[in-house]
Design a protein around this ligand. Structure first.
Ligand SMILES: *Cc1c(COP(=O)(O)O)cnc(C)c1O
Length: 444
């Protein structure tokens, strides 16, 4: 096997000029792997001759491959603002900038500056949130799924939680109310029917082992037609009479009145909190428009009990989350909604979107594309079946093929009636010139 002897030595390879700026340790490791592969190819008779230049190129490629990012920024041209597969809510550069000193420095995260002793991690964000929401107390955990789990585990372990059969929902594939319930140790007591649950159904199932009346937002579907659900207000009142805890898993919570009449069938956080609930929880990165987090709000003595559950240690949030959440809440207090991208995209008028779409159309030419009216939805399991207007650029040509070609260039559009559309509701203004470039590359 003379050919094996033709393989250059590792020491010699890594000294080659083309590798001079690379990390030696990593380069040595990759070179060993590539040589091993070459040996194998020689032994299997897959290689007739050792090609030094080819070997060097392969090592260089393998090195570069390691540093190719797996997470990549995309242009979301689907029109769906809270796209679960694309990261839900975005954080604006301005809020990131404001949070940065707290992320890059030591801070009083858990240090009481007044007394020079250990402080409370949740205090910082909770005082702002209490101001914003006007509630007694607040707790922030990793996401809303953990909020639900913590609440059930703390107040309903081995006890019954009464929930309507119309609200036993699955959210995003891995979160199912009945399963979360059983894992938390709570006992699910289903009442009513899929399409109808009355207050009397809740009332009839209360017994000495009942701990809680729970309402779950249906989130990603709606029941139309012959249907009836009990308003939270009545569930709350019944809980009070029966001395039970009421808990509303809202999924998504929002503050300002939403455009396009979207607030009509969907109570705001402020409306719900006016009813004085024992506990509610919602996601930080759905309509609230901040980081991934689960926000629990309600009665002080109940939040206090949640804080004493050992589980909290496992569900607790990092300073990065807390700092960004705090900046979002401060922006809410100052009504700087333009700094919250989820709201900013939702509140942009169709006139503004049309102006931007027409600009792109003019750059590309009407023979290739055309601006059209479109409709979109919020996404992320919020505001189910509630469409609202948007503006899209129809790219003329074979829809399936265009979808693939744009996707290869990290631009995700949608196909509707056999047309490939780029929806301007979610295209960020800063990406417009890049988008024009990409459209030209695909079409011209
Ligand atoms: C989205 C949602 C959840 C899960 O929230 P995450 O923040 O994704 O963990 C739980 N309950 C309801 C009703 C929801 O809509």
């Amino acid at each position: 096997m003379n050919k094996l002897r033709e393989i250059p030595k590792i020491d010699k390879i890594i000294k080659n000029d083309i590798f001079k700026n690379l990390n030696i340790k990593l380069l040595t490791q990759i070179t060993k792997q590539q040589i091993e592969k070459l040996r194998e190819d020689i032994l299997q008779n897959r290689v007739q001759k050792v090609d030094n230049l080819k070997l060097l190129k392969e090592i260089e490629e393998a090195y570069k491959e390691i540093f190719k990012p797996s997470l990549k920024p995309l242009i979301n041209a689907t029109g769906v603002i809270l796209h679960t597969n694309m990261g839900r809510s975005l954080i604006s550069k301005e809020l990131l900038k404001r949070a940065q000193p707290l992320i890059c420095n030591y801070s009083n995260l858990e240090y009481n500056l007044k007394d020079g002793c250990r402080g409370e991690r949740y205090e910082h964000v909770s005082s702002h949130l209490k101001n914003l929401l006007g509630v007694e107390d607040i707790l922030v955990v990793n996401n809303n799924a953990s909020a639900v789990f913590l609440v059930l585990n703390t107040f309903a372990k081995d006890a019954e939680v009464i929930v309507s059969r119309g609200e036993l929902v699955e959210i995003g594939g891995s979160f199912r109310i009945p399963e979360v319930m059983s894992q938390s140790g709570a006992i699910l007591k289903e009442v009513g029917a899929t399409n109808k649950t009355k207050l009397s159904d809740y009332k009839a199932s209360i017994n000495e082992n009942s701990a809680m009346l729970m309402k779950v937002h249906q989130s990603n579907f709606s029941i139309e037609g012959f249907s009836e659900s009990t308003p939270y207000k009545n569930i709350k009142e019944l809980s009070r009479q029966e001395n039970l805890i009421d808990y509303y898993d809202l999924g998504s919570g929002y503050i300002p009145i939403l455009p396009y009449n979207l607030s009509k069938k969907e109570a705001s956080l402020i409306d719900i909190l006016k009813l004085n609930p024992s506990l509610i929880s919602f996601s930080g990165d759905k309509l609230f428009g901040s980081v991934q987090a689960g926000i629990i709000a309600g009665k002080k003595e109940l939040i206090e009990k949640l804080k004493h559950n050992q589980l909290l240690r496992m569900l607790r949030v990092d300073k990065i989350t807390l700092s960004l959440l705090e900046e979002t809440i401060k922006a809410y207090l100052k009504e700087e909604y333009e700094l919250i991208p989820t709201l900013q995209m939702l509140f942009t008028t169709t006139d503004e979107l049309e102006k931007r779409a027409l600009h792109v159309e003019a750059q590309i030419g009407k023979e290739y594309c055309e601006v059209q009216q479109s409709k979109t939805v919020m996404g992320g399991g919020t505001l189910p079946n509630r469409e609202f207007p948007s503006i899209a650029l129809h790219i003329k040509g074979k829809a399936q093929q265009l979808e693939r070609e744009f996707r290869a260039k990290l631009t995700i559009g949608r196909i509707e009636n056999d047309r490939f559309l780029l929806d301007f509701r979610t295209i960020m203004q800063k990406d417009e010139e890049l988008l024009i470039q990409i459209i030209k590359e695909v079409l011209l």
